[in-house]
Design a protein around this ligand. Sequence first.
Ligand code: DX5
Ligand code: ZN
Length: 226
Amino acid sequence: MPAIKIAPSFLTADLGRLAEEVRAVEAAGADVLHLDVMDGHFVPPISFGAIVVKAIDKITDLPLDVHLMIEHPERQIEAFAKAGGDTLDVHVEACDDLPGILARIKALGCRAGVGLNPETAISAIEGVLEEIDQVLVMGVNPGWGGQSLIPETLPKLRELRELLDERGLNPDIEIDGGVKVHNAAECAAAGANVLVAGSVVFNDKASVADNMRELREALASNEPSA
Ligand code: DX5
Ligand code: ZN
C-alpha cells in the first residue's frame, strides 16, 4: 500500500486561532492542508476565499489542496493559483468544459484535481483520467464537516483504483468527508492514498496532536506486514 497522506481540513477548527491550528497540524505531521472553499451556490454555506488561502500560504510550507465547492470555477482558478494553491480541485458537476479547465489549472502551475459528489459516477471523468493529478471522492454530501461516511463510497474507491490500475495511471485518490479513526484503514485499503481529516482532527474531545496520533496509529496497525 502506498504511504497514506493526511490532509487536515479546517471547517471544524477554531478559525479565530487559525494560525495556531495550522501550526498544530504541521507539528503533528500533516502532509497537506485541505482548504474548503464554498460559495453559497454549489453548496449552501459560504466559507472563505482566496484572501484566506493566501494568508494560510504565508504561514506554512505545506502544500495547499484547495477544494473549490463553487460554481463557475473557471472564473476563480487564477485567483486561487496566485493565492498559493498547489492543487486546485474543481467539481465535475460544476464544469461545462472539464478538459479546458484542467488544462488551465496546469498552465497556471498547479496540480489539477477533480471532485466527485456522492451521486456522481466515476464514468463522469473516464474521458479525462490522463489529465487528472488527483481525484477527490466525496464521502459525504459537500457543505459541512462532521458527517458520517456514506457506505457506498468504499466500493466507489475500489472501482476507481481498479480503473486507474487498468489504465496504468496513478493520480492521487483523495477521500473527503466522513473519515474517522474506525474507517480510515478501510478507506486506504479501498484505494485512497490521501485522507481528508476534518472533525476527526479538530474536535473538542482531544487535542489535535492526540487526534492525529490516533489516526496514524489506526492506519499503521492495519498496514499489511511485508
Ligand atoms: C465537506 C468538505 C470536507 C469536510 C471534511 O464539504 O469538503 O473537506 O470538511 O470534514 P469531516 O472530515 O469532518 O467529514
Ligand atoms: Zn473538502
